[in-house]
Design a protein around this ligand. Structure first.
Ligand code: PEP
Ligand code: MN
Length: 264
């Protein structure tokens, strides 16, 4: 299999327009869950940049649990992301939720995100596999590691080998946390695959207080990076406020992350 360590023993380093993921340095992607407005996004981008992250995240197409929740700004949101890149130099990672939007999202984004809900949307996987942009593939809500690696296989089999895996927690019987962050998946994937793996402690826990310890744990476990939700004012966020860091907390998490990565 294309994603397996047996097939390709050396670690794959994914180069996203000059930023390397999987080369031993920790790469951080941070930003709001959703692009809500130009002002919100540009404010978030400044905060993200100041903390030292290399990528700005922000959903323009949002896969929401309820159809009555904010669904995203779509192409307008992509325009704001491109403007934020222009101003800050940050790379852009954003989710694509449907086959029809792949080309549009690829025009604006540096890295395409496939969300947990679409991990087994095989047509979408094939479509991003045919596009010349790197892909960040989140683990499905209830996916085994084997199913997740097979999803990566769908993308790679179309000719796109620039795949980054993202552990974002899985559903278990535990209800205190939004998901159960499977930190052991980092070690498992490192053994089974040559692909880089990053961790999302925000969706992985659903609680901002747990983002710092889980970020530190992920780096210590050997993750190649982190994707973290940060909002200029989490209390006013249109989505995922309870798991979003304030600017102050984000700055503190970043300092610790780089200290731990220096030790590794
Ligand atoms: C997100 O990154 O905002 C998101 C929707 O994540 P997930 O697909 O992991 O739920
Ligand atoms: Mn979110």
């Amino acid at each position: 299999k294309l994603a397996s360590r047996e097939f390709h023993p050396a670690n794959t380093v994914v180069d996203v327009d000059g930023v390397k993921i999987g080369d031993g340095n920790v790469v951080v992607m941070a930003g709001p869950c959703a692009v809500e407005s130009r002002e919100q996004l540009l404010e978030a981008a400044k905060i993200v940049k100041a903390g030292g992250a290399q990528f700005l995240r922000g959903g323009a197409y949002k896969p929401r649990t309820s159809p009555y929740s904010f669904q995203g700004l779509e192409e307008k949101g992509l325009e704001y992301l491109a403007e934020a890149r222009e101003i800050t130099g940050l790379k852009i990672v954003t989710e694509v939720t449907e086959v029809e939007a792949v080309n549009t999202v690829a025009e604006y984004a540096d890295l395409l995100q496939i969300g947990a809900r679409n991990m087994q949307n095989f047509r979408l996987l094939r479509e991003v596999g045919r596009c010349n942009k790197p892909v960040m593939l989140k683990r499905g809500l209830c996916a085994t590691i084997d199913e997740w690696l097979n999803a990566a296989e769908y993308i790679m089999n179309e000719g796109n080998s620039n795949v980054i895996l993202c552990e974002r927690g899985i559903r278990t019987y535990e209800t205190y946390t939004r998901n159960t962050l499977d930190m052991s998946a980092v070690a498992a994937v490192k053994h089974l695959s040559h692909l880089p793996i990053i961790v999302d402690p925000s969706h992985g826990t659903g609680k901002w207080r747990m983002v710092k310890p889980m970020s530190f744990a992920a780096v210590a476990a050997g993750a190649d990076g982190l994707i973290i939700e940060v909002h200029p004012n989490p209390a006013k966020a249109l989505s995922d406020g309870p798991q979003s860091l304030t600017p102050e907390n984000y700055a503190e998490v970043m300092k610790g992350v780089y200290k731990i990565s220096d030790l590794m």
